[in-house]
Ligand binder design. Structure first.
Ligand code: ZN
Length: 329
C-alpha cells in the first residue's frame, strides 16, 4: 500500500537534514505544521484537538483517539535537529505565506515528506521492538491480522520506497530546483479556522513498475477559507490531478465532506479547533474514528479518494464524516 500508513509513530531518530556526512546532532521536537501561521488560528486556550492513531494490545491493534493537546505539543516532527529545522524552514516559519511562492510551496511539502521519512523507519523499529518484547515474555500467537481480519501492515516494507522518494526531494532542495515539485491548490468556501493537516501519502501505484505515487497534502486556514494544497513530483502528476479535479468538481458544501473523507482516509495528525470538536455529537465522533481506523491499508486510487469507501459507512451516515461542522440528524 506504500507509505500512506497512518499508524507510523515518531520516535527519536537521526537528523534528516540532507547533508553528507549526515548530521549527528540530536533531533528536536519541531512542528510539522507551522506554529504561528496555522496552529495559532486553531488553538483555543492554548490547546488544539488532534485525531491520531495509537497502538494498543502490545502493538497489535490500532485505535483512533481525539486528543486535546497543548499547542506546543501538536504535530511534532522529530526529524531534524533544532539548528537544521530553523535553517530549513525559516522561509515558511518567519515570513507570511504567499501561495504563489515556489520556494514556500516546496518547503510546505518537504516538511510533510521529512515527517514521513522519519516516522516510517522509527515506527517500524518501535513495532518490532514491541513484538520482540512480547516474544521474550512468551506471549505466543501474535496475530497476523487485525480485528477485522486484515493483515497487520509491515512498516518495514515502506522504508526503502520512502527512502528513494526522499532522496529525490533532497536533491531538489539542495539544488534549489523547486520547480521539480508541482502544486495544485483548491479552496473551501469561506469558513472559520477548522482544520490543519500536513501529510505525505501514496494515492496509487504505477501499473507497470508498481512504484508508489505519493503526494503531500497540506490543508490550513488562509484568507478566511481553507487552502488545500497537493504537491507532487512528475510521476504522481496524473493521479494528483485526478484527485484535485475530483475535489474541484464538488459543490461548496460537498467539498467540506469530500475533503474530510480524503483526510480521514489518508492522513494522520489531523488538527482541529477545540470548540468545533466539542460540537460534534458522540455518534459523529465515533463514525469519524471508525472511518479513520477502518481505512488503514485500504488501497488508494487518485480521484476516488474523495468518495466514501463502500461498506465502511452507511449511506445515512456519510454526511456525518464532516470535520468542518457538527451534523446531528
Ligand atoms: Zn541536524
Amino acid at each position: 500500500m506504500g507509505y500512506s500508513f497512518k499508524a507510523a509513530k515518531s520516535k527519536r531518530g537521526p537528523c534528516l537534514y540532507p547533508v553528507k556526512p549526515a548530521c549527528t546532532t540530536k533531533t528536536c521536537k519541531a512542528h510539522s505544521v507551522q506554529n504561528s501561521t496555522v496552529l495559532d488560528l486553531l488553538a483555543e486556550g492554548g490547546h488544539v484537538i488532534m485525531l491520531r492513531t495509537r497502538r494498543v494490545d502490545n502493538g497489535r491493534l490500532v485505535r483512533a483517539e481525539f486528543k486535546r493537546v497543548g499547542r506546543n505539543g501538536a504535530t511534532t516532527l522529530e526529524g531534524v535537529c533544532a539548528q537544521h529545522d530553523a535553517k530549513l524552514f525559516a522561509p515558511i516559519d518567519n515570513r507570511p505565506l504567499d501561495l504563489a511562492n515556489r520556494e514556500q510551496l516546496f518547503l510546505l511539502a518537504y516538511r510533510s515528506v521529512l515527517r514521513q521519512a522519519h516516522a516510517i523507519p522509527t515506527g517500524a523499529a518501535l513495532v518490532e521492538a514491541v513484538s520482540e518484547r512480547a516474544r521474550q515474555l512468551g506471549l505466543r500467537g501474535l496475530k497476523k491480522t487485525d480485528a477485522l481480519g486484515r493483515p497487520i501492515p509491515h512498516l518495514r516494507d515502506d522504508i526503502r520506497p520512502m527512502g528513494v522518494e526522499r532522496d529525490a526531494w533532497d536533491r531538489s532542495y539542495l539544488c534549489g530546483s523547486f520547480d521539480d515539485v508541482e502544486h495544485e491548490i483548491a479552496w473551501t468556501a469561506p469558513s472559520q479556522p477548522s482544520l490543519a493537516v500536513s501529510f505525505f501519502f501514496s494515492i496509487g501505484s504505477n501499473s507497470r513498475n508498481h512504484r508508489q505515487l505519493p503526494v503531500a497534502l497540506n490543508v490550513f486556514h488562509h484568507d478566511n477559507r481553507h487552502a488545500i494544497i497537493l504537491s507532487y513530483r512528475k510521476p504522481s502528476k496524473p493521479l494528483a490531478q485526478d484527485l484535485i479535479f475530483a475535489l474541484k468538481r464538488t459543490s461548496s458544501e460537498e467539498r467540506f465532506r469530500a475533503l474530510s473523507r480524503l483526510v480521514l482516509k489518508n492522513c494522520e495528525n489531523i488538527v482541529l479547533r477545540p470548540s468545533l470538536y466539542n460540537s460534534f455529537g458522540e455518534e459523529q465522533e465515533q463514525l469519524m474514528r471508525d472511518y479513520f481506523v477502518g481505512t488503514v491499508r485500504i488501497p488508494t486510487f487518485g480521484g476516488r479518494e474523495v468518495q466514501p469507501v463502500p461498506r465502511l459507512v452507511r449511506n445515512d451516515d456519510v454526511e456525518k464524516l464532516n470535520l468542518f461542522k457538527a451534523v446531528t440528524r
